[in-house]
Write a protein that binds this ligand. Structure first.
Ligand code: SF4
Ligand code: SF4
Ligand code: SF4
Length: 365
């Protein structure tokens, strides 16, 4: 019998799915609630009425069932803190029982012995754990809570149990005093991989957080990015993970521009459903460009609308003549405030160009 790796299988499935408009990958933001309160968080809400407005476990399971009928083959559970959803276990087990590989994103606090036991018996294909500090002081400054020991003890226990753990570091203005130490510390934990997020997401309006407060300057971002290249030389990341999955398909010197539509797979092979039941091409896609109330119209109509919206979206004229259009792919999320007008955000373009140039520098050396 011929066998291929899971990643190769997913690559092939992705190509077919794009041609056939099949949503093989689903992202579910189970809740905007969280047991931390990070100062750069784009989603976390504290409004108590959220609990009444959140989808229940049964509602999520129903939507996931419809997604599976439409071809969903992998799922991401995220939040807020996904594990704080009261029905997290039921939702997780539903996907496992349906044979859907699950990726879980967590801040690690609830990755305790009980959860590790469940995951050991019914493994997710990966657990992404955010690492926000290298000691109690940094954790308090960034997340508002001293959970350093809890999180790192849980990470070590999960690795010891054989789970596939990937760490995620999100540099922000609040992390600046510790960011190098955190990157260094992350390497000591023994995780399978470490991702350093290259770009922050503009906070949702109802969070009361603002990029002006937590964002990094171009210089700070560049310094961290260079440090990241030095520390994780085989993990260059100049694009989002979703982009990276598809960018390999574009010849090096060809502009990342289609007459209509986007190059990434958001809305083409994957979808995201936010905590309030809104479907978009990906979790952070600007809602004033594309979003559909999936609770109202059902999965089929929502997916068709999202897919159509993405295929018809036209990137800004500016991209067509940009010197970096063979390295940069317009991502509406990065230009969130102006994406509905099909414009570029100058700050986002500046950072994209610099990232591409830094990547070039390091590739040349
Ligand atoms: S752990 Fe994640 S979801 Fe929770 S507050 Fe921090 S960034 Fe937001
Ligand atoms: S729109 Fe941007 S964030 Fe969303 S999937 Fe595409 S590249 Fe990724
Ligand atoms: S840098 Fe800006 S203008 Fe250039 S391709 Fe990227 S998004 Fe378009």
């Amino acid at each position: 019998m011929n066998t291929i790796s899971y990643n190769k299988f997913i690559d092939e499935a992705m190509k077919n799915a794009r041609e056939t408009d099949t949503p093989i990958s689903g992202c579910f933001e189970l809740t905007p609630l969280c047991n931390l309160d990070c100062k750069m968080c784009y989603v976390h809400l504290t409004d108590p009425t959220v609990r009444e407005r959140m989808l229940s476990g049964d509602e999520w399971i129903n939507l996931m069932g419809q997604a599976i009928e439409h071809g969903m083959m992998k799922a991401l559970l995220t939040g807020g803190e996904a594990m704080t959803h009261p029905d997290f276990r039921e939702i997780y087990m539903y996907l496992i029982e349906q044979g859907v590989p699950v990726q879980v994103k967590t801040n690690g606090i609830l990755l305790n012995n009980d959860m590790i036991e469940l995951f050991t018996e019914y493994p997710p294909y990966i657990v992404d754990v955010s690492l926000y500090g290298c000691d109690g002081e940094s954790y308090i400054a960034i997340t508002g809570h001293d959970v350093f020991e809890t999180v790192t003890t849980n990470i070590r226990a999960a690795i010891e149990a054989g789970l596939h753990i990937r760490l995620a570091i999100t540099p922000s203005a609040y992390m600046l005093p510790w960011v190098d130490k955190i990157m260094e510390y992350s390497k000591t934990l023994g995780a399978d991989d470490v991702n350093v997020n290259a770009m922050l997401t503009e906070a949702n309006p109802d969070t009361d957080r603002r990029m002006e407060d937590f964002g990094l300057s171009l210089e700070e971002n560049a310094r961290i990015h260079r440090k990241q290249w030095e520390m994780f030389p085989r993990k260059p990341k100049s694009q989002t993970e979703e982009e990276a999955e598809f960018m390999g398909e574009i010849p090096e010197d060809e502009p990342h521009i289609l007459p209509k539509g986007l190059y990434c797979n958001g809305g083409r092979t994957g979808f995201a459903i936010n905590w309030d039941g809104t479907m978009g091409p990906c979790l952070v896609f600007p809602r004033d460009v594309i979003c559909v109330d999936v609770k109202k119209v059902g999965f089929d109509a929502a997916w068709r609308e999202v897919n159509r919206g993405v295929k018809e979206y036209e990137v800004p004229e500016e991209c067509k003549t940009c010197s970096h259009n063979t390295k940069c792919h317009y991502c509406p999320r990065q230009h969130k405030s102006v994406a509905a007008k099909r414009l570029c955000d100058n700050a986002a373009c500046g950072w994209c160009k610099l990232q591409a140039d830094i990547a070039e520098e390091y590739r040349a050396n």
